[in-house]
Design a protein around this ligand. Structure first.
Ligand code: RIB
Ligand code: CA
Length: 326
């Protein structure tokens, strides 16, 4: 039986949420993608939704329903981020907090024909978990606001989710937006903290510990975009300027490693079960991942993925992203 997934995403144009979704869609023999739920993070929800609808159309998957989710984190705001910066220094990336007003058409200048199925991603998550008890894997590729709201609305939901596989956090390495915090956890620390405390049977974390091991280099990027498909043209448009400006540049493809593991778990070569909590106190380490030295009594034990076979990962990535689709 195919594994049922809900992909909860903050919608990068291509790198990396859209690429991860494309990888999963290319393996619909393995997965039934029940829906895509959009959350604020990299982009605002209306803008992010347009990127994902465009991607779905491009890869012949316009039948996958998309639902709009939380437009803002539980507590964090642009104003808080500004206050944080005034106190403790620059934040490297503020995502939707720094977004321009309005919605621009995706690459190609045309909005996808399919429209969002609803503006209640949280209701959709709850309904699907109820429909398939113990049968839904939630793949969270952005801040965990939608998942937290679903658990808040229905506290009995946690044990009925088969597993939560997420990109976020940094157990033993520095953050990527502040010295202490990774973007998805930093954007909504309260949500990440609540979700990690919930009684979900299996929780798998793809934090910066593992994703830092696999930067994408220009040489492989060039080989992939040479395939010249609609998908690689989107990739070229989104990621090309970085490599044009500096051929020695690298790009992280965070969410794609999560997707790759779902497709081929043996690409992960090291993991540990660690008691993980999130610092949700507004201070210099807001959004930091805490590996609870006190043990599992405080933090929930999470499978923390730590290392991977980079060569096999990129072989899978290149194969799935250069296939002709549609
Ligand atoms: O820190 C990396 C994460 O933040 C990725 O999921 C990226 O897409 C952004 O959401
Ligand atoms: Ca993401």
């Amino acid at each position: 039986m195919r594994r049922r997934l809900i992909v909860d995403t903050d919608s990068a144009v291509f790198n990396d949420d859209a690429a991860a979704l494309a990888m999963l869609v290319q393996r619909r023999d393995l997965f039934e993608i029940l829906g895509v739920t959009v959350v604020a993070g990299n982009h605002t929800v209306p803008q992010g939704a347009e990127h994902m609808l465009h991607l779905l159309e491009l890869i012949g998957a316009a039948d996958v329903p998309l639902h709009l989710g939380a437009h803002a984190p539980l507590v964090n705001t642009a104003e808080r981020a500004a206050r944080w910066e005034a106190e403790w220094g620059p934040i490297a990336f503020k995502g939707a907090f720094a977004a321009a007003a309005g919605v621009r058409p995706p690459h190609g200048g045309r909005f996808a024909a399919a429209r969002p199925r609803s503006d209640d991603a949280v209701g959709f998550l709850i309904e699907q978990v109820e429909r398939y008890p113990d049968g839904v894997t939630v793949v969270a590729l952005g801040p965990m606001t939608n998942v937290a709201l679903a658990l808040q609305r229905r506290p009995d939901l946690g044990p009925r989710i088969r597993s939560l596989v997420f990109m976020g956090g940094n157990a033993r390495v520095p953050g990527n937006v502040t010295p202490a915090a990774e973007f998805n956890f930093w954007f909504d620390p309260e949500a990440a903290s609540a979700v990690l405390a919930a009684p979900i049977p299996r929780v798998v974390m793809f934090g910066l510990d593992i994703t830092n091991h696999a930067p994408l280099h220009g040489t492989l990027f060039d080989r992939i975009v040479a395939a010249d498909t609609p998908l690689t043209r989107l990739m070229r448009h989104d990621m090309g300027p970085r490599f044009d400006a500096d051929p020695a540049a690298t790009a992280y493809v965070w969410d794609c490693i999560t997707a790759a593991w779902l497709i081929e778990p043996s690409i992960v070569t090291a993991s540990e079960r660690l008691p993980i909590t999130v610092d949700a106190t507004f201070g210099p380490t807001y959004g930091a991942t805490i590996v609870d030295a006190g043990g599992a009594a405080h933090g929930r034990c999470v499978e923390v993925m730590l290392d991977l076979d980079v060569e096999r990962f990129y072989a899978l990535y290149a194969d799935l992203l250069t296939r002709r689709v549609g």
